[in-house]
Design a binder for this molecule. Structure first.
Ligand SMILES: Nc1ncnc2c1ncn2[C@@H]1O[C@H](COP(=O)(O)OP(=O)(O)OP(=O)(O)O)[C@@H](O)[C@H]1O
Length: 645
């Protein structure tokens, strides 16, 4: 059956061109809508499987408004746009489109974008189902696994973490006679949890037994699944002093409550806390609906053990087996830290590493982007194949193309031999395009085609060559800003941004500073043969107060210097750059180069003239240069006509 496509576009000529293009390629175009209202009517009547969607339409509502509805109805959509305003872009991105096409369109790009959208849509549904089926199986497996009930609850937590991210999980059963059984698990590493039952919690918080019981009695319990964030979380804490204590003590910012009605009667309260405010959504409640039976069966079985006479004896004191609280997986070696921001990065790596999906690693300089790329490769099925790194900033623009795609003998002056490019060298493996934000704009179009069509052409070559390479890109630039300012192609940005991993700056995960500092001290002590065993409390305090504009790399260099200068076995002094200066340096906007200024100025004038170069009122006249000079400048600065509309 032919795929049904709806075109939502208010420009008749463009819409009609698209219709002809799609029909020629075998799609069934179910209609052209010029407004959101008309689009909704056509969607109800025709049930298209794909929608091509312009952002600005006739009427008040925009394509972004329609996109939200398409998401809910699970219909794949691709934006059509010439707009690169940063705010609009951020809004469009939040609707999670399946692709983005920049006007004017090339036929092949449109068709490839539709193919990819269809593939991604089917794949996301399918992989969602597959992942959930795997989780259900894992939960069923826990029913028969031996161990005490707390151990089973923790195993449920470990299994559920990739679906419901948490920093603290609690399980609690209230019996008819008011006896309570509860257990808590604090996440302290990627797959490491510390069991915190109420005796430990009382010791940590200094609560007396009596005070604890008072707090517990005045608590709030949900009878149906619910989540709380922001104001709702603050209100929940003000109604429930025990939750307030937990939130304050462990720095939690949101809460998800999943009450499970057990077959044996009673309710088991499974609840999750997260240190991020935006962790829990309606999707978690929907997931819970699908999983509650499997969860209830697992917990029922675990509690049945508790109810046997032998089980009851060991209920509160039973320690977790040694492998229970520490199931480290290898692969994250070299990335030190256990802050929840870093653990979220580990979760993303674990989720995406085994797939072939492109990954975009974002983060300030020195945050560990290259290390993350290493992990992605090491944890993928491609680990035995090459991992090739290309630094786009370190290559002169004139060489990047031949460096990446290779050239044939005699392709240009100086090409004395055939050269295999980095992309082909990475065949079967992974390529890291570091500093992708620095890639010249002319090359970005070629790069987009490589990503879409999975084939390259050597310079001077006569036919394209198919390549199987997984692409990881990294940048410390704000790519959305680069797009808004015309330095990065919007369609390439969307193609790369399939799975972004954002690395936090060090100043946002200060709790990792002592571990990192100690890690570097022991590394450099070993390397230099000095016997340094620690860092003084004063130095640790200073390290935590500093803003770290250079992130982990700066900390690494500082610790190396400190080890070299240290007298005795402890680091007691450090010399940090003047805080005011460094704050200033981080907050100051990047100074633009002369070429960037020239480019911005020409772009601004061209936009004013709606792209017109020649004749009266054209950009050449306004800039007071001959049109041919302007054209060659535009070429040199990578300004295309479509950037100016
Ligand atoms: N979590 C970490 N644990 C241990 N070392 C780290 C960690 N993160 C970064 N490093 C170290 O900090 C230095 C910088 O890391 P890396 O080169 O991966 O950063 P980057 O984000 O790619 O930087 P740039 O944007 O400048 O290329 C490296 O020497 C790396 O070993």
């Amino acid at each position: 059956m032919r795929d049904k496509v709806l075109i939502v576009e208010d420009q008749f000529i463009e819409a009609n061109d698209l219709r002809l293009m799609l029909e020629k390629a075998g799609y069934q175009v179910t209609g052209i809508a010029r407004s959101v209202q008309k689009a909704i009517e056509l969607i109800e009547q025709e049930k298209p499987s794909l929608v091509l969607l312009d952002i600005y339409l006739k009427g008040k509502l925009t394509g972004i408004d329609l996109a939200k509805r398409l998401r809910e109805e699970n219909i794949a959509f691709v934006y059509l746009s010439a707009n690169s305003n940063q705010d609009v872009l951020a809004e469009a991105k939040a609707t999670q489109p399946y692709g983005f096409l920049v006007k004017p369109f090339r036929e092949k790009d449109v068709l490839v974008a539709l193919e990819i959208a269809r593939y991604r849509h089917e794949h996301s549904l399918e992989s969602g189902f597959r992942r959930e089926a795997a989780l259900q199986k894992q939960l069923a497996g826990l029913v028969t696994s031996a161990g005490n009930w707390q151990h089973t609850i923790m195993k449920i937590g470990v299994a559920i973490q990739p679906y419901i991210s948490f920093d603290l999980m609690r399980g609690e059963l209230k019996e008819a006679d008011h006896t309570r059984y509860s257990s808590g698990f604090l996440r302290i590493g990627f797959n490491e949890y510390q069991r915190i039952d109420f005796p430990e919690f009382r010791v940590m918080t200094g609560l007396s037994m009596q005070a604890y019981e008072v707090l517990q009695r005045s608590g709030h319990t949900d009878s149906i699944a619910a989540f709380y964030a922001g104001k709702a979380f603050t209100e929940l804490c003000s109604r429930d002093p025990l939750k307030k204590l937990v939130a304050g003590y462990f720095g939690m910012a949101s809460y998800l409550s999943l009450p499970l009605h057990l077959a044996g009667g009673g309710i088991f309260y499974l609840s999750f806390y997260s240190r991020s405010a935006d962790t829990y959504t309606h999707e978690h409640l929907a997931l819970f609906n699908r999983l509650q039976q499997a969860l209830a069966e697992t917990i029922d079985a675990a509690l049945a053990i508790k109810k046997t006479p032998e089980g009851a004896e060991t209920l509160k004191e039973d320690p977790l087996p040694p492998d229970g609280n520490s199931t480290r997986i290898s692969g994250f070696e070299g990335i030190v830290g256990t802050s929840h921001r870093l653990l979220n990065v580990f979760d993303s790596i674990a989720q995406v590493a085994p797939l072939d999906t492109s990954v975009l690693i974002l983060g300030e300089s020195g945050t560990g982007k290259e290390r993350v790329a290493d992990c992605l490769h090491r944890l993928s099925p491609r680990k035995m194949k090459p991992f090739i790194k290309v630094n786009c900033a370190a290559l002169p623009a004139s060489l990047i193309e031949s460096e990446l795609f290779g050239h044939e003998k005699g392709a240009f002056t100086g090409a004395t031999d055939r050269r295999i490019g980095k992309f082909e060298q990475a065949s079967g493996g992974t390529i890291l395009l570091d500093e992708i934000g620095e890639m010249p704009i002319e090359l970005q179009v070629k790069w987009l085609r490589v990503l879409q069509e999975k084939e390259i052409e050597r310079i001077g070559g006569s036919a394209p060559i198919k390549v199987d390479v997984r692409v990881i890109a990294a940048t410390n630039r704000d790519l959305e800003k680069e797009v808004a300012e015309g330095r990065f192609r919007l369609d390439l940005y969307y193609r790369l941004n399939v799975f972004p991993i954002q690395l936090p700056p060090l100043r946002e995960r200060k709790e990792d500073i002592p571990t990192l500092a100690n890690h570097f001290v022991s590394y450099f002590s070993r390397k230099t043969g000095k016997k340094i065993t620690g860092i003084s409390a004063k130095v640790l305090q200073e390290l935590q107060a500093y803003r770290w504009p250079g992130n982990v790399r700066e900390l690494e260099h500082l610790m190396e210097r400190s080890v070299l200068l240290a007298k005795g076995d402890t680091i007691r002094d450090i010399v940090l750059p003047d805080q005011k200066e460094t704050n200033h340096a981080t907050d100051a906007p990047r100074v633009k180069t002369i070429l960037e200024n020239e480019r911005d100025h020409i772009l601004e004038v061209l936009k004013k003239c709606e792209g017109k170069i020649w004749g009266a009122g054209g950009a050449a006249e306004l800039l007071n240069v001959p049109p041919t000079t302007l054209q060659s400048k535009m070429k040199k600065l990578g300004i295309k006509k479509e950037h100016t509309l």
